[in-house]
Design a protein around this ligand. Sequence first.
Ligand code: ADE
Length: 251
Amino acid sequence: MRIAIMSAMSEEIDMLLQELGPDAEMHSRGMRDYYVGELAGHEVVLVFSRWGKVAAAATATHLITEFGVKRLLFSGAAGALAPDLKVGDIVVGTELLQHDIDARPLFKEFETPLLGLSRFPADPDLRRLLTRSAIDFVKEDLESSVPASVRARFGLEAPSIRQGVIVSGDRFISSHADSQSLRDRIPDALCVEMEGAAVAQTCFEYGVDFAIMRVISDSADDTAHIDFVTFIDEVARNYAHGVMLRALAEL
Ligand code: ADE
């Protein structure tokens, strides 16, 4: 049963590519490169989602309709909304919601028109698998995956792993006013990113099981953009790579 490993970080896909078996094939379609090969004994398709909800939904649709994937694991970075989350923590989504969908008065705020849903649940088994893999990664592999100097620079001490609501929208949230507005409107949201709920909706519509993990890269406020690129390169891609390999090995 083919599994999709989709990431909003091209850097993570580059790392996973190194581990694909020798018979791996690349298929370029719609400005995306899909790599089909074997990883930890599974047939997988690796792909960079690109950024934003439309891009992610298009990539997920292609994975499902053209490559026949039956399960999808997705990773990336996110801005923290819950006050106790810090840079380097990991969030695994229980439910995904689009914070910028609003067809009132035809439908309730956040409701996806014609589906009667505002929250798309992740598959419980896959999300528990990602959560266990993240816990084990932090306990056993973090020190070897991220050099001490980098951990010190980003203040990565004992990262915590949380499960909860992830919200997505076509905006990089980089002001306190915007993140506070999200907290007020969606009090149980843990973090914000730009793709997860679009992937979740696509999987829901096609009946494909999915789970999503996000590494907290910033606090979705006025400094959100500052360390974003270096954080992805030096920290987040190592986390996601390590967690995905552990998850595949356990599946
Ligand atoms: N991904 C990582 N940080 C983010 C932020 N602050 N807003 C939206 N997406 C993000």
